[in-house]
Design a protein around this ligand. Structure first.
Ligand SMILES: Nc1ncnc2c1ncn2[C@@H]1O[C@H](COP(=O)(O)OP(=O)(O)OP(=O)(O)O)[C@@H](O)[C@H]1O
Length: 242
């Protein structure tokens, strides 16, 4: 079943078409990796899906709703969650408090503070177990390691029950062990969560990818399994060969 259909998506910045006539179908529950050389338009594609950037052409249909011209906060209400390269956790709050803020769905920290006395409910416990932070619920986010901070942010997206999770280079700056653990988290999310991830770390992509899309110069260059992508001479020429 399709969760999202992107047709002929285009955005022009001055003379540059950063995303150019891109069509992608995203299936419910799949983990889709977006690859491509620097400047291919991967981050811009995520920006166009979450509404951070408005397209200049094409269409995005999410669960049957045309969201092409919706503002970012309205797309978030439809269940599109975005994780940026710089984590947006509240450093002064504990791990559990951060999750509660994410779960409250109400804008503004003051509203969120009212729910802090909520006990560690089943779903929150499940999420914290999944990302391996269950023993750190009372730790301030500012005291977490880089990897733990990234996992907390993933947990916050899960706590919002996002239907589509968009992630831009989640393993950037991680140690090998942290990257392995992140792959494990992603593999456990497969099937129940729909994820689009932009990544340059091919080892990580090999561990998690079900379907891979390679972009080049704003357009779709190749699509397939990781084995098909790695054997594709066009991909080798512009990306993997370097
Ligand atoms: N707001 C903007 N205004 C003008 N040009 C932009 C804007 N955002 C992106 N671009 C340009 O669009 C092109 C695509 O950028 P984008 O960041 O999407 O590439 P990318 O594939 O994510 O690259 P990287 O792997 O380096 O992150 C680049 O040439 C970039 O300079």
């Amino acid at each position: 079943m399709n969760l999202m259909e992107i047709s002929n998506l285009t955005v022009q910045f001055g003379g540059l078409k950063a995303v150019n006539d891109l069509s992608i179908t995203v299936r419910k529950g799949e983990l889709l990796c977006l690859l491509g050389p620097n400047g291919a338009g991967k981050s811009t594609t995520l920006d166009l899906i979450c509404g951070k950037t408005q397209s200049t052409g094409g269409r995005i249909v999410f669960e049957g709703h045309d969201i092409t011209h919706l503002k970012e906060y309205r797309r978030a209400r439809h269940g599109i969650g975005r994780k940026f390269q710089v984590p947006s956790v509240f450093k002064g709050l504990t791990v559990l408090e951060n999750i509660e803020v994410a779960r409250s769905r109400r804008p503004g920290i003051l509203n969120a503070l009212r729910v802090f006395r909520t006990p560690l409910t089943g779903r929150v416990r499940e999420i914290l177990n999944l990302v391996g932070l269950i023993d750190l619920i009372d730790t301030r986010a500012g005291n977490l390691s880089h990897g733990q901070t990234q996992w907390l942010e993933i947990a916050m997206l899960l706590a919002q029950d996002s239907k589509l999770i968009l992630m831009d280079e989640p393993t950037a700056g991680m140690t090998i062990q942290e990257t392995l653990k992140t792959a494990d988290i992603f593999n456990r999310l497969k099937g129940t969560h729909t994820i689009i991830v932009v990544e340059h770390d091919m080892q990580f992509v090999r561990q998690v990818a079900e379907r891979v899309i390679v972009m080049n110069q704003g357009g779709l260059l190749a699509e397939g399994s990781i084995a098909q992508i790695e054997a594709d001479p066009r991909v080798k020429a512009v990306y993997l060969g370097h």
